[in-house]
Design a binder for this molecule. Structure first.
Ligand SMILES: Nc1nc2c(c(=O)[nH]1)N[C@H]1C(S)=C(S)[C@@H](COP(=O)(O)O)O[C@H]1N2
Ligand SMILES: [Mo]
Length: 411
């Protein structure tokens, strides 16, 4: 809150916020030094350990998935501490390694063009003058938990930590589009950032939303994250927030908003991030040539964070267990836990911090016996959708959302 007040509220402090903004000069310049300690992501049947690193700008201890471009995963223990994920341990994902090492907040412009009456080139100072909104929302990679897919699929082999929940502060995209004046016949809005492909014909990262979605009053251009400016690697100075939707649409270092009068047919919409046009994005393992749609809304998920895979505990007839849940596009209605896969016990939900954010849950389960016990957690959202018990499969490794199992050992 302190930094929010000093950094965003007063007119004079605003200048300070902007002045401080060029950061990360050393980013990625030197080869980061990695800690010796690794972490086991418990990915089935494959290389499962990853080094930890704190060598990236504005970032604390993270699981290193890739250096160029940076792919940093949040350790699960972080989610046990708070429903809000700290900025310095918020996961990082980029597609191309050509990312600015700093952004000059004075000369930065957010350009709005295409099928509009009045193209705009908005300075950060002017962006900060528009009416603001703030809400909590989970940013989850479409491929979060991909490393748990069986059979395994190619792509970043994430555990469960390619996600995070923050309080985002910014300006309604609708307000920006209204200033530019969307012309009749507009169908989509395409978003691009300052990062660039590293190969000559590589497709620049652009994502698009239908024009009505873009103007729904919720989609936000955010410059604040948990009361601070965005870390460079999470999209400084501003990024798109599409609450309830997978974060492939949450374009970082957003500098281009183009209103289109026909659907976006470029690579990142037409070819990448397509899921089977089936419930939950599920097809039989190995399936090919099925109809696809662009990935879109998130679905309910939940995790045990108070205990980790393989943890050893002293046997007791009943143990406490806690964690986090998310509803997807709506709130969390109910979270149940089980230690035998048949009998489910309802947990107590923590404070509601907004329907798009994480919700804490805490409960107890009996331990049926000594030795290995498979703990499970299942979320129902307020639309009545429950997590499936069985994993889905698709070749992109997208949308994993089944009830996860945490095996513990009671000695
Ligand atoms: N400019 C830009 N924005 C981007 C991407 C990117 O490669 N470039 N990747 C997207 C994807 S796939 C994800 S998962 C999220 C990751 O957001 P984070 O790094 O802030 O956690 O950023 C999204 N926005
Ligand atoms: Mo992603």
């Amino acid at each position: 809150m302190d930094r929010l007040n000093t950094a965003f509220a007063a007119e004079t402090s605003r200048r300070r916020f902007l002045g401080r903004a060029a950061l990360g000069g050393a980013m990625l310049a030197a080869a980061p030094a990695f800690g010796q300690d690794g972490v086991d992501l418990h990915l089935p049947g494959g290389p499962s350990t990853r080094p930890m690193t704190s060598a990236f700008p504005d970032k604390g201890e993270m699981i290193l998935q890739r250096i160029h471009p940076p792919l940093l995963e949040t350790p699960m223990s972080v989610f046990d501490r708070d429903v809000f994920t700290p900025n310095d341990q918020f996961f990082v994902r980029w597609h191309w390694a050509d990312i600015p090492e700093s952004v000059d907040a004075e000369s930065f412009r957010l350009n709005v063009f295409g099928h509009v009456n009045k193209p705009l080139s908005i300075s950060l100072a002017n962006l900060l003058k528009l009416p603001r909104v703030e809400y909590a929302a989970v940013n989850q990679c479409s491929g979060n938990s991909r490393g748990l897919f069986q059979p395994r699929v190619p792509g970043a082999q994430w555990g469960n930590g390619a996600m995070g929940n923050a309080k985002w502060l910014g300006v309604r995209l609708r307000d920006i589009l209204n200033i530019a004046g969307v012309r009749p016949g507009a169908v989509q809005v395409r978003f691009g950032g300052l990062d660039q492909p590293v190969v000559p014909d590589g497709p620049d990262f652009f994502k698009s939303l239908d024009v009505d979605h873009a103007r729904d009053g919720e989609v936000m251009v955010a410059f604040g994250m948990n009361g601070e400016q965005l870390p460079l690697l999470n999209g400084f100075p501003c990024r798109l927030i599409v609450p309830g939707w997978y974060s492939t649409y949450w374009v970082k270092m957003l500098n281009s908003i183009e209103v289109l009068d026909k659907p976006d047919d470029r690579f990142w919409m037409a070819k990448a991030y397509k899921i089977p046009a089936t419930p939950g994005g599920n097809v039989a393992p190995g399936a090919k040539d099925f109809p696809t749609v662009p990935i879109n809304r998130m679905v309910p998920r939940s995790w045990i964070t108070s205990l980790g895979e393989g943890d050893e505990i002293a046997f007791e007839p009943s143990i406490p267990v806690g964690g986090i849940a998310m509803g997807g596009t709506c709130g969390v209605a109910k979270v149940d836990v089980s230690s035998d896969g048949h009998t489910w016990y309802q947990t107590t939900l923590g404070p509601d911090q907004g329907k798009y954010g994480f919700r804490r849950w805490d409960g107890r389960v009996p331990l049926p016996h000594r030795g290995r016990v498979a703990l499970m957690v299942r979320c129902w959202n307020t639309d009545g959708v429950a997590q499936p018990l069985r994993p889905i499969w698709n070749p992109g490794g997208f949308m994993r959302a089944n009830v996860e199992i945490t095996n513990i050992v009671a000695a």
